[in-house]
Design a protein around this ligand. Structure first.
Ligand code: SAM
Length: 221
C-alpha cells in the first residue's frame, strides 16, 4: 500500500452531509469506478473489493432514519454495527443516545473510514477489523446490519449469526432495499423510508429502504 488508508480516504473523498440524516457527515465519494480503480492501484490488488465504505448504502440509510424516529431502540444501549462500511449505522446509534457503539468491517479501508467519520461527527467508537461472523455474537444489546444482503456468501453466513444473537436476547435491526439475497420470509417489516442514494450504486436515486426484525424461529413456515 503506497499510503495509509486514512490518507487515501482523505485524498479520494469529501466530507459532506448524508441526505435525510441531517447532522451526520461522512467522507463520501461521488463516483464509484474511479475510486475502485484507485483502490486497486493503491493495494496492487486487481481483485480489490468495491469501496463500500465511501458510500451511504440504502440499508444503512433506512436504519439511520429508523433510529431518528425510534431513538429508544438505541438510547442507553450497547450497539454493534456489523458490515459497518462508513460507520453510518453506528454513528446514527450514537446520535440516538447509544451508551456505546462498536463498528465491525473486514475491509481495512472501512476501519479507517469509520474512525475518520466517527471523529468528524464528534463520536468515539470501537472499531473491529476482523470477520466477526466466525465467532459468537458480542455481548451487546442491539446489533445493526445495514445492507448486508448483496452477496450470497455473506447472506448465508450472517443470518445464522444474527439468529444466534437474537437467541441470546440481543435485538437485531436489519436495513435493506430488497437485495436479491434478503431472506424476507424470515423477517418482520418494522418501517419503510424513501432514501436518497446515488445512481453510481443503484438503478434509481430514490430507493425504498426497509427496516426489519428477525421473525422468531417458531413463526417461520
Ligand atoms: C453494502 S456495505 C454496507 C455498509 C453500511 N452498513 C451501510 O449501510 O452504508 C456492506 C459492508 O459489509 C462489509 N462486510 C462484508 N463481509 C463482512 C464480514 N464478514 N464481516 C464484517 N463486515 C463485512 C463490507 O466490507 C461492506 O463494508
Amino acid at each position: 500500500m503506497a499510503s495509509s488508508p486514512r490518507a487515501f480516504i482523505l485524498r479520494h473523498t469529501r466530507l459532506g452531509p448524508v441526505p435525510g440524516l441531517e447532522g451526520i457527515r461522512l467522507h463520501l465519494a461521488d463516483e464509484v469506478l474511479p475510486l475502485w480503480h484507485a483502490v486497486q492501484v493503491e493495494t496492487g490488488d486487481p481483485d480489490a473489493v468495491l469501496p463500500y465504505w465511501a458510500f451511504a448504502w440504502a440499508g444503512g440509510l433506512a436504519i439511520g432514519r429508523y433510529l431518528r424516529e425510534h431513538p429508544e431502540a438505541a438510547a442507553g444501549r450497547r450497539v454493534f454495527d456489523v458490515g459497518s462500511g462508513s460507520g453510518l449505522c453506528a454513528i446514527a446509534a450514537l446520535q440516538a443516545g447509544a451508551a456505546e457503539a462498536t463498528a465491525a468491517d473486514i475491509d481495512p479501508f472501512a476501519s479507517a473510514a469509520i474512525e475518520l467519520n466517527a471523529r468528524a461527527n464528534g463520536h468515539r467508537m470501537t472499531v473491529v477489523r476482523r470477520d466477526v461472523l466466525d465467532v459468537e455474537p458480542p455481548d451487546v444489546d442491539v446489533i445493526l446490519a445495514g445492507d448486508c444482503w448483496y452477496d450470497a456468501h455473506l447472506a448465508v453466513r450472517i443470518l445464522p449469526w444474527l439468529r444466534s444473537a437474537q437467541d441470546r436476547g440481543i435485538d437485531v435491526l436489519i436495513g435493506d432495499p430488497g437485495r436479491r439475497h434478503l431472506p424476507t420470509d424470515e423477517l418482520v417489516k418494522l418501517a419503510s423510508y424513501e432514501v436518497r442514494t446515488t445512481t453510481e450504486l443503484e438503478d434509481l436515486e430514490l430507493k425504498q429502504g426497509w427496516v426489519y426484525a428477525l421473525r422468531p424461529a417458531d413463526q417461520i413456515a
